[in-house]
Design a protein. Structure first.
Length: 72
């Protein structure tokens, strides 16, 4: 796919390019992040992980992914 056909998003402060209609679920899979150990914020709104397959990323979206770390 041509770079002109990709959209720019920001993930944890770093720019990334993905194809149009790329879902949030696809992004999490691409980044190889375990879904059960994260919280996801899209454009300053917390996202329900049950809905991530229905959310398509758009040009300029800002995603913050926070990992949970256990300890005691």
């Amino acid at each position: 796919m041509n770079i002109k056909n990709k959209i720019k998003i920001t993930v944890n402060g770093k720019q990334m390019q993905v194809i149009p209609k790329f879902s949030l679920k696809n992004l999490i899979a691409k980044l190889k992040i375990p879904l059960n150990k994260i919280a996801i914020e899209l454009n300053k709104k917390i996202i329900d992980k049950k809905k991530i397959s229905k959310i398509q990323l758009k040009r300029g979206d800002k995603i913050e992914i926070v990992h949970f770390i256990g300890g005691g």
